[in-house]
Structures are given as C-alpha cells and as structure tokens.
Design a protein around this ligand. Sequence first.
Ligand code: TYD
Length: 422
Amino acid sequence: MYRLHTHCRACGLGKPDISTLKFSVAAGNQEVPQKLMEVLDLGLMPLANDFCSQDQERAGYAPLKLLWCPRCTLGQLSVVVNPEIIYRNHYPYVTSPSKTMKDHFASLVSDLKAECETDLVVEIGSNDGTLLEFMQQNGFSKTYGVEPAENLANAALKRGINTVNDFFSAEVAQDIERVAGLPDLIIARHVFCHIDDWTHAIAAIDQLCGKETVVAIEVPYFIDTVKNGEWDQIYHEHLSYMTVKAMQAALKGSHLHVSKVLRYPIHGGAIVMILRRDDSEFAKTPLPVEYLDKSDLNTFAARALDRIAVLKKTVNELIEAGNTVVGYGASAKATQWIQSCGFTRKHIKWICDTTMFKQYKCAPGSDIPIVDEGALTRELPDYAVCFAWNFMSEIVAKEKIFKAHGGRWINPNADIEVAPRG
Ligand code: TYD
C-alpha cells in the first residue's frame, strides 16, 4: 500500500550517494545535518478521501509523518501511498463550485492572461474540468485536460472538456504535442505536491514547453501553512509541502526556472509559481525572500497537538452538556481532525457536504455519515464544526437559518472560543 521515502524529493538531501555529499560540501555548509528532520508524527491514519459505504472495503491505514529538509526547506511525508489506490478508480474530490473558488479562478486567469498567449492551455490534474471550462469562457481558445480518476475524467468529458484519463507522464506529454502542439500555458493546480517522482514530472513538463510556454504551478504555500498552524493540510495525498526555495532545488538540471511568484488567499494561503524556460525572453521578477527554520517547525508541531487537544475537549464538553454537534464540509482536513481527536458519530452526529461522491458514505476511518447540505437547516443542531474553514465566511453567510435559530460555528483551525447557544 505504501513505501518509505526518506530523502528530500527536491534537493536529494539524505540520499546516500556521492553526488549529494559533494553538493552539500560545495555549498560550504558543513553544519547542515545530512538527514531530514522529523516534525510531526500523526501515527497511522486512513486515506483522507477514502469515503466508503458501510459494506465497502476500505483502503486501510498508513503512517502519517511530516519531515522537513533543512537544506532546501521542503516539507514532505515519510511515505508514499500507491497513487493507483488513491486516485485511479473513484476519487471523490471535486473542484469546488463555490463563490470563493470562482473568485479565485477569476483573479488567477486574469493574472495568467497577462503572462502568456491564450491559444492552447493544458491542465495537469484537470479534475472534473471546472477550471478548463472557465478558461474557455474567458479567452483560452483550446483546452486539454489530463486526469487520472476515471469518474472525474468522465465528468469533464460529459461537459465537453477534452480530457485524457491518465496520470501525466512523458508519454502523455508526447501524445499531447502530437495531437495539439506545444501549449502556451501548462497549469497544475494543487497537484504538483501530490506527485512522487518530480524528476520524471519536471522532465515531462520541460518536454511540453515551447520557448515562451508558461508553466503555472499552484500549491498550498508551506510558509503560510506553518505560520497559520494549518496542520490539517497534512495528509497522504500531499506528499510535499512547498516553498519557492524547494522548487528551485527541484528544477536544478531542467531547462526551467521560477520566473515569478503570485500569492492568493485560497485554501489557507497558496502560491502560483510561474516557470519559464531558461532561454525565454521574458524578464524575471524578484522572488519572495522566505524565512523558515527548525524552531518554526517545532512551534508548528506543538500548536498542532494543542489544537487537536482543544477541539477534542471542546466537543466532549459540549456533548456531555447535552448539545448536538455536527460537522460541515467533509474535506480531507475533516479526516485529520476526526482521527486525531478520536471522534465517532457519538461526538459528531454527521457531516454535511455538497459533494455527490461523498454523500451517504462514512467519513474515512470512522462511522460518521456524510449527509446532504440541507441537513443543517432540517435538523438545526446546536453546534457545527466547520471542517471547510477555508470557505467559512461564504458558508456562514449562506447558512442563515442555522444562525438565526441560535446555532453556533466552531472553526477548528482558529483559537476556539465557544459561544453559548443563542
Ligand atoms: P476543500 O477544502 O476544497 O478540500 P480538501 O478536501 O482538500 O480539504 O473541501 C471542502 C469540502 O467542503 C468539499 O467536500 C465541499 C464542501 N463544501 C460544502 O459542502 N459546502 C460549501 O458551501 C463549500 C464551499 C464546500
């Protein structure tokens, strides 16, 4: 189901070979420890999107441990779960149709149009085609998606989005070039950190780039994750936790460089790294200066354990006092909270979610049912834990009836203050 991965995916630190040793000696820093540092060990966890009905076989548990590279600042997991198990058959994560996401797409696409021509765009990890459809409506004349999950690729095809149902690879890149030519833009939203073999992925991207092709890689920004204590972003799908410095290390040996970095508030803080070919005529923009050290990581880990303890205590106290507590948003992040707090349906009665692929299944590793979004208004529970905290302002604004009847929200990712039921 999984295998260990104990050397840095970006710069190779910890790889027992002579070239790595030469690299660190050449960097002149004999003090740098030659191993990845262990940051946070969350123990055995279920796969974050393994939503199953009662009678379905579950994928199982794998260790979830965050490591950190003191040389290039990449965060990464200590294991790689077989991607065929996570993504291939029925992957339930669909790109959110929310207003928050639509607003993000609008600013992202407008920023990208300022960077490149708008003839052909290729999206790696194109999900159900939501972004490509938006790009077609906003000036990109040809789109091409690559998506390994069959259910999502089929959903995209149904809405008329040209999609190849496969993992992105050198072979897929070759096919795209043959059929459609070299793209003006290659976009990869929240997928690069899901890829294990960066050498292969970067070579395949490199091969699909013309002289002025723009590559836009959107990832959660590890600096923000650490600063904001967003420990619930750590799950098996997120193999890596990205900084610009780490990306630069990963690009060594390719013909690409980071030419610009754009910042967005989506998903708790994300960056889009604009990559260009080294022979591009486009001028580079100054890149952000990043600060991240061992003590930041230690603080992050302590804060994570503290937040888990606080949510566990809060929910236990509320139910002991006779309140009903539910969850809102069966996000991958919800799985991390449920497992770490040891919640069952006695604690969280149900979680409501708009995603058809998740409804009427159980939250991974638990007996908590996922129900439709209307349940909040139908049942009017006392408290709702917003596991989709990245969409919280939109959700709170939408769920007026819950609030009007005295329902209270709990944001697990903030310093929890539980107001008494109104
Ligand atoms: P999301 O934060 O996008 O991702 P992840 O799974 O990577 O943590 O997940 C948000 C979940 O919340 C998703 O399953 C959809 C759900 N959701 C609702 O049910 N209602 C809403 O209004 C919104 C915005 C999201």
